[in-house]
Design a protein around this ligand. Sequence first.
Ligand code: SF4
Length: 339
Amino acid sequence: MIKSPLLDLVKEKIVDKNVTVIAIVAPTTSVAIGEHFGYKPGENKISNLVSSLKKLGFDKVFDIGYTADIVAIEEVFELLERKVKNENLPMLTSCCPSWINFLSKQFPHLAKHVSTMQSPMTVMGSIIKSFYAENEGLDSKNVFVVGIMPCPFKTLETNYVSEALGGLKPVDVSLTVNQIAGQIKEAGIDFNSITDFDFDAPFNQTTDVAHIFGYAGGVGESVVEFAKRFRPDIELKLIKTSGIENAKSFLESLERGEVDADVVEFMACSGGCVGGFGMACQTLKGEEKEKVVAARKEGLKKLASEKKRKIYNATGHSLFKNWLGTPYSETAKKYLHKK
Ligand code: SF4
């Protein structure tokens, strides 16, 4: 029996008929959850997971990949504005809470470099508790959002309280892959044989970008590639780096003005989220761990190759068309960015 006050809270909300409980799942989770049920790292088991989450009692299950796309678009526009004004460069990516926590505690004077964009997880929570709740006729105070993530540090993001949401938290609880696998086993659900469900609409459509966010380099590459499509005349320099042990020396170089880049992607786990500590094999080290991380990365690349890389016509994206208006609009800044 796995004991945790967070799990107890989720169970309490699931049995409360007045509350709509929504699971939001990171792309990396889909290629790692199977490891708990006898599959190899990198095997996509998303239908088994979504079906198991429905059996556990979640009302809806949405794909965080949807908001990874939105994050990439918003970061592009934020970066281009900084570049044109030549201010606060390089822009540092903001979707790894462990890295952001280190920077804010050890180098708070460099915070102006950090992108104001929230992470794909909290962007999804913000959209659910505003746009989606309104459309579905739900009171957002009775919507409970649970992240299913590769990362124990995502709990840090559940402390974020949004002014735009009237003081609600976009995401109420973040559980790791290990925790949710434990719940599935404890409930006696036959994970391997149930594949009845897939992600729920409307947050079930992604491009390949959503999947490459899960490994080191993916966020930065997506931003630079999208930027080229919007402004091919602007040349952008990208640095991709990972491993929290490298954060101090990197930030010291930034302090000395020695970082020659417009945008820097920094992920605390070596290899990015595919190396996150909330998944099976977290105790492995060296070559053994590298093999698992590489297999999960291959799994994400395979998923990405199955998605069509569209040239983003931001105004054609349903969320921009129906709610946000244009990328980096005042509505987008209010709901999706931090002040
Ligand atoms: S890189 Fe690691 S610490 Fe950062 S968000 Fe991903 S899993 Fe979490």
